[in-house]
Ligand binder design. Structure first.
Ligand SMILES: Cc1ncc(COP(=O)(O)O)c(C=O)c1O
Length: 286
């Protein structure tokens, strides 16, 4: 018998194509959009989200999209996050990085306006490495610059909802959704090894970003996406953030020392008693 191509049951819809979604799982994009609206004051809709492998992949997708659209350069904060690696990602996508200074109010928007660029990468909520928050005047100046030049602001929102040292500021994207693409990640809130993030792009960009994602890897792992969707939907992600913020904000605990005479110094040649405590528990063998 000749083995032709396998066909599904004629009355059952073939679900396989649904697993290959360069934009990411529908379920995750739906709960994530609601979360970003609620927590980051972002103008987020599921159809404008592309799930990706953390900030790094999201940046690469946006840079390639910009290069396709005819951009030759992008402004970056000086100093900025991962200077050498960010520069390598930019040149790898065929663009030229243009450093713009950062002062105690964040990115110098006047210096940006003097540069010949129509795109900029910024960390408005928590500048890395200086820790400065972009002031309200600078935020306004930046979105005005983007509107006047029809430019794209790439907002690296890597740890905004995770702030424990001050009230988090809202996302820049909420002020100018047509000119801001947000890059979000769970690297700070959960763990960098999870490699899950998102691009919230202005509507005309979303399709082009999804196309780049499809070229890059066809879509992020679905199980990881569904796990994050479940975490967000159940409210456990919020609870986790509340708990970790309190833990991080607490002053570091000092080691407890009992008052009394100084303890004798341990003989360095005696084998450590701690080793014996490391014996596996008998319960393991029951
Ligand atoms: C400024 C900045 N952006 C992004 C990230 C996270 O990058 P990724 O999501 O690729 O792990 C970090 C992590 O330390 C960071 O400091």
């Amino acid at each position: 018998m000749a083995l032709g191509p396998t066909r599904g049951h004629p009355h059952r819809p073939d679900r396989r194509p649904r697993l290959r979604r360069p934009r990411g799982s529908d379920r995750l994009r739906e709960v994530l959009a609601a979360y970003l609206r609620r927590v980051r004051a972002a103008a987020a809709e599921p159809e404008h989200l592309v799930i990706c492998g953390g900030f790094v992949q999201g940046l690469d997708l946006l840079l390639r999209t910009l290069a396709h659209a005819g951009h030759h350069a992008i402004a970056v904060e000086d100093p900025g996050y991962g200077d050498d690696k960010t520069r390598a990602a930019i040149t790898g996508a065929g663009l030229r990085p243009v450093p713009v200074p950062v002062d105690d109010r964040g990115l110098d928007v006047a210096a940006l306006a003097a540069a010949d660029v129509r795109a900029v990468l910024v960390t408005p909520a928590h500048q890395r490495p200086t820790g400065v928050v972009l002031t309200p005047e600078r935020r306004r100046a930046l979105t005005t610059w983007a509107a006047a030049r029809d430019a794209l602001i790439i907002e690296d929102d890597y740890d905004a909802e995770f702030r424990y040292d001050r009230e988090p500021v809202g996302s820049l994207q909420g002020l100018a959704p047509q000119h801001v693409a947000v890059l979000g990640t769970v690297s700070k809130s959960l763990a960098p090894a999870i490699r899950l993030g998102w691009v919230l792009a202005p509507p005309p960009f979303t399709e082009r970003v999804a196309r780049q994602k499809s070229i890059s890897d066809r879509g992020s792992p679905v199980l990881d996406q569904l796990a994050l969707a479940a975490l967000l939907r159940s409210g456990r992600y919020d609870r986790h953030l509340r708990r970790t913020r309190t833990t991080y904000a607490a002053p570091p605990r000092r080691p407890h020392r009992r008052p009394g005479p100084p303890r004798p110094r341990r003989n360095p040649h005696r084998p450590s008693r701690r080793l014996s405590r490391r014996r596996p528990s008998a319960r393991l063998y029951r």
